[in-house]
Ligand binder design. Structure first.
Ligand code: PMP
Length: 359
């Protein structure tokens, strides 16, 4: 039976976000931090929250959060736009600079929400292919941009789900090629050897998007931000819903910045673990692992990727199944967890491969 009221015609074919949240002992599927936020941070957050006048709307301009974050990043507060996770930042960018009659360019395979949110906002999606090593080809990218004149060009670096880090020269080539915004999604930027944050200038249409969901262990609290020229931030603030960022989120985002040194240590540990797991994967027959600058690794199995994923779930290890994705046949992605979780992953992968052998 068709529903009595139909959604917008252009949304009929849209699929929701597919990433199963299964109750297993080792969850390495969503690129979260394996570590909880430190207990004294949670105590300080709850203490401040208790003093907060909860009958009043939150600070609409998130002044304290943006000031503290700006000092932390060495950026003026006027360049900061904060929202409910970087997904809301991406949505606000597309609502503001995309929409009917406009195009957004992206290089597949990449983060699914770039095209998904573009479609929801009525923005036409223009897709460029990546090279065999999953990097963006600046010459092909320029041709794509010149042909389609997108108002937004998305570059995810490190790229989810491949882990690929783009060089600064590619970002600069895109800025040179387009009259639109270049949005560098750096959700995993802290794990990479360099960041486009230092390239942000008031007279350049460059936007860098970051999140508290990974390094900062705050995925449940939903906080992300853009570093962008003030003329972009001003437009985003007009479009996003007023009072969208809860006081609880603003306080957490501000207090978390006191933990910079501890988070730096965590990044160091996860990067070392990433390299250890990659070295181990290189010794497994039939598995090819791609270089990564993020807190996850993409790997290809010469056997049936989906069957391998299922056998691993049965053994209590959940990774992300990309095996049926265009351009990612038989690929799975594992988030780097604690050393113990990573060992469990490696053991379970080896055991599951006995049942799903490589040809
Ligand atoms: N960008 C990328 C590339 C991501 O992988 C994710 C999370 N999976 C996000 C943005 C969104 O993160 P959040 O909304 O939690 O900040």
């Amino acid at each position: 039976m068709s529903p009595p009221v139909a959604p917008r015609d252009d949304l009929r074919a849209l699929e929701g976000y597919h990433s199963p949240q299964l109750d297993v002992s080792v969850r390495l599927n969503a690129n979260e931090s394996p570590f909880a936020p430190p207990a004294d941070f949670v105590d300080r957050w709850l203490e401040e929250l208790r003093r907060e006048p909860l009958n009043r709307y939150p600070d609409r301009d998130a002044v304290a959060l943006r000031d503290t974050l700006g000092t932390y990043l060495g950026q003026p507060a006027a360049r900061l736009f904060c929202a409910n996770g970087s997904n809301e930042v991406l949505q606000t960018l597309l609502l503001t600079y995309g929409g009917p009659g406009r195009r957004a360019a992206m290089f597949e395979p990449t983060y699914a929400l770039h095209s998904h949110i573009a479609r929801i906002t009525g923005t036409e999606v223009v897709v460029g292919e990546r090279r065999a090593d999953f990097s963006v080809d600046p010459v092909a990218a320029r041709a794509l941009v010149e042909e389609h004149t997108p108002t937004i060009v998305f570059v995810c670096s490190p790229n989810n789900p491949t882990g690929t880090v783009e060089p600064a020269a590619t970002i600069e080539a895109l800025l040179d090629a387009t009259d639109g915004l270049v949005v560098v999604d750096e959700a995993y930027g802290e794990f990479a050897p360099w960041s486009a944050l230092a390239l942000v200038r008031d007279d350049w249409p460059l936007v860098v998007v970051r999140t508290y969901s990974k390094v900062w262990s705050m995925a449940a609290l939903r906080l992300g931000f853009a570093v962008a020229p003030p003329w972009v931030v001003e437009e985003l603030e007009k479009v996003v819903l007023p009072y969208h960022l809860a006081s609880a989120t603003q306080i957490a985002g501000r207090l978390a910045l006191d933990l910079g040194a501890e988070m730096g240590d965590r990044v160091g540990l996860l990067v070392a673990e990433r390299e250890r797991v990659a070295a181990q994967l290189a010794t497994v027959d039939g598995i090819t692992c791609f270089p990564s600058g993020a807190n996850f690794l993409l790997f290809h199995t010469a056997g049936d990727g989906h069957a391998l994923w299922e056998r691993m779930v049965e053994r209590g290890v959940l990774v992300r199944d990309f095996s049926r994705w265009p351009r990612l046949d038989d690929c799975l992605r594992v988030t780097i967890g604690t050393p113990g979780e990573n060992d469990a992953f490696l053991a379970v992968l080896r055991a599951a491969l006995q049942e799903v052998p490589v040809p």
